[in-house]
Design a binder for this molecule. Structure first.
Ligand code: MG
Ligand code: MG
Length: 277
């Protein structure tokens, strides 16, 4: 069952989404060589709780396996779901940070891949392509299109650049639950899958590898890595499907205010974060 949201609910979700954006902006202030993943995690947890919300990932269970962190911190070939530990970031690392909150009964979820210090040109191109693919996917999130239209443009754009689009993990609906229906794969056939209706709120989140799309799971049961050890990037926005245009609920603006992102924004990319005043 897909839960379509009212205008009032979407406005509440915008508050959860905005807090995720601000938390990632706070994290961005501290992303530099020498800082540990645990330190970033503590900063995020404190910021979220101080703002009257709960970290959504901390204590998240898959079977008996409980996620211990507020953030998922995934470095280099780690794709997603990395556990924050005592690893100290080094210049040249790609750091993907995924953050979720629950505020006023609604979840927010967004992810951003940071360049730590100086990254090489290949890594920068990977971030650029992943970021661009995210926005191409968002452009398809309009009423009357289908789920497969989103995945198709993401996969088409990335695979034409010989990147590996991860298929084992997908985007998702979001609302009163962190993961709602439908699944939003980063691949698909145009015109296939469920029809998108106005009021569907979802996370679009391409996970793109420099090499193979194949992944392995660490013995910790969480950390997903590119099977060939090459770098991976991940950008995620929460959106609401609209007529003719998707509303982007999360924002990278708080991050971009603090650090130079590893991509160039294009004029067609607009952050829709001022619609709520
Ligand atoms: Mg996420
Ligand atoms: Mg997500």
């Amino acid at each position: 069952m897909i839960q379509l949201k009212s205008r009032r609910e979407i406005d509440l979700m915008r508050e959860s989404a905005d807090l995720v954006g601000r938390t990632l902006g706070k994290v961005a202030e501290h992303v530099e060589p020498g800082v540990t993943l645990e330190e970033l995690d503590a900063i995020a947890e404190d910021y979220i709780r101080t703002h009257g919300a709960e970290p959504a990932f901390k204590g998240y269970k898959v079977g008996e396996n409980v996620f211990p962190g507020t953030l998922c911190t995934s470095v280099n070939e780690a794709v997603v779901h990395g556990i924050p530990d005592d690893y100290a970031l080094q210049s040249g690392d790609l750091l993907s940070v995924d953050c979720g909150v629950e505020l006023n009964g609604y979840f927010g979820d967004s992810a951003f891949t940071f360049a730590v210090g100086e990254i090489d040109e290949e890594a920068r191109s990977l971030c650029q392509a992943t970021y661009r693919a995210l926005y191409l996917g968002i452009e398809q999130a309009i009423a009357g299109n289908r789920v497969g239209d989103i995945g198709h443009v993401i996969e088409d754009y990335c695979s034409s650049r010989r990147y590996g689009v991860v298929r084992d993990l997908v985007g998702h609906g979001i609302g009163k639950e962190l993961h709602e229906k439908p699944q939003i794969p980063n691949f698909g056939k145009p015109g296939s899958g469920r029809k998108l209706k106005k009021g569907l709120t979802a996370c679009i989140e391409p996970m793109v590898n420099q090499g193979t799309a194949s992944i392995d799971v660490d013995p910790d049961g969480w950390t997903i890595r590119a099977a060939d050890g090459k770098p991976s990037a991940h950008y995620e926005h929460m959106i609401a499907v609209g007529d003719g245009e998707a509303e982007i609920l999360t924002t990278f603006e708080y991050i971009e205010d603090v650090v130079d992102p590893p991509y160039e924004t294009t004029p067609s990319v607009t952050h829709n974060s001022t619609a709520n005043g």
